[in-house]
Design a binder for this molecule. Structure first.
Ligand SMILES: Cc1ncc(COP(=O)(O)O)c(C=O)c1O
Length: 388
């Protein structure tokens, strides 16, 4: 293969990131230093949310948020099966049970009607996910939670920069919410995340629990509650600060790449593209995930794309059908038909802020070829190799 592989994701790291991280290295203050509150303040200001706790990962943020919400062992929490596994796993850490419901075919987010139907006697909370950066229908979930006295934790790990129709940034509506800063995210700290609290009191609890249960006014090695080491280092916070300075630019670059994909891929018959923004909701572009025509075998398509120098991945597997969830909870195929159909057909294409137009053209040409030949394969029964 002569052409270089186009990777799935590639974080932006520029001179500013290097400068900020080097500054921390030179200061020798690598953890619990000044960059932590500085990053939290800057992130809070960009979101319009004052109570920000930077933590070790999006998963850590989810864990601390559900604890702050008051989850208990035996609780049931209604959530989506079309997500990264962490949004369900965090409930298991506390002995709660994720109760899945189907998703909306257009947005791929938890369907409010399905969520309403899944609420039962033991339900204590709702955990919607803003999947692929598209705002979940929070007004509907908030209404449902208000009527039934449920808590809400928003998994906004994939949605930094998204905006709801009412103008509120995703994650800043006054619910507990989480962000993730893994390198494929809109903003990266290497590993990292943030928990957004609606009140100073909740933030204090989260701040304390991320630091082994030590309250801000407590002395060295004094701990008055159970806690974890979910701290984010100053090196990571410095990286985050540099990335925040460029966030609008990086979001715009992602949006531009998505726009180019949208135009380029529109001609491939039977290919479903990510839904456009509707009713005032604004997506923050995290990944570019298409759904292949039903007759095209996705896993063969991934192999054939790779042979043409294009990296791609199934994105995402349904959580309830992961072996661990099947075994533990007895889930089976067919429970959530929309999620399962989307899951079978979904394919993440290379997507990052610096993706060039020429690379998008290469991905498009490869995808077009692969889809057409695999369509022929499915119609004729010829092996993919012969069809290609
Ligand atoms: C929807 C969602 N929730 C939670 C997480 C967990 O974040 P992290 O990998 O930083 O722990 C991710 C990260 O990929 C995610 O996409």
């Amino acid at each position: 293969m002569s052409e270089e592989l186009i990777p799935l994701a590639r974080p932006h790291v520029g001179a500013r990131e290097e400068e900020q991280v080097l500054e921390v290295l030179r200061s020798r203050h690598l953890a619990l230093g000044p960059k932590l509150p500085e990053f939290e303040r800057a992130l809070g200001a960009s979101l319009g949310a004052p109570h920000v706790s930077a933590v070790a990962s999006g998963t850590a943020a989810l864990h601390l948020c559900i604890r702050a919400a008051g989850v208990r062992a035996g609780d049931e929490v209604v959530t989506t099966p079309f997500s990264f596994v962490a949004s369900a796993n965090c409930l298991l850490y506390e002995g709660a049970t994720p109760v899945f419901c189907d998703i909306d075919r257009r947005t791929l987010n938890m369907d409010p009607d399905a969520a309403g139907a899944a609420i039962a006697e033991r339900t204590t909370g709702l955990l919607p996910v803003h999947i692929f950066g598209y705002p979940a229908d929070m007004p509907a979930f908030e209404g449902m939670a208000g009527d039934r006295g449920l808590w809400v934790v928003e998994d906004a790990c994939e949605a930094l920069g998204a905006v709801h129709a009412d103008g509120k940034p995703v994650g800043a509506r006054g619910n507990l919410a989480t962000f993730g800063f893994y390198p494929n995210k809109q903003l990266s700290t290497g590993e990292g995340g943030a928990a957004i609290s609606p009140t100073g009191e909740m933030q204090e609890r989260i701040d304390s629990e991320r630091n082994q249960g030590r309250s801000p006014d407590m002395g060295w090695l004094d701990h008055d509650r159970l806690g974890f080491n979910y701290r984010l280092s100053d090196l990571a916070c410095a990286l985050g600060l540099a990335q925040l300075e460029r966030l609008p630019e990086m979001l715009a670059a992602r949006k531009r790449a998505a726009g180019l994909y949208g135009e380029a891929l529109a001609g491939i018959e039977g290919l479903d593209l990510p839904c456009p923004d509707t009713g005032g909701d604004r997506r923050s572009w995290f990944v570019y995930v298409v759904q292949l025509p039903a007759e095209v075998d996705r896993d063969t398509a991934i192999r054939e794309l790779r042979a043409r120098g294009v990296d791609s991945k199934p994105y995402l597997p349904a959580i309830h059908l992961l072996s661990f969830y099947r075994e533990r909870f007895g889930h089976r195929d067919g429970e959530f038909p929309i999620c399962e159909d989307v899951t079978r057909r979904s394919l993440a294409l290379p997507f990052f802020p610096e993706l060039r137009e020429s690379q998008i053209e290469r991905v498009t040409a490869a995808l077009e070829q692969v889809v057409e030949s695999l369509r022929v394969t499915s119609q004729t029964g010829l092996s993919p190799k012969r069809a290609l």
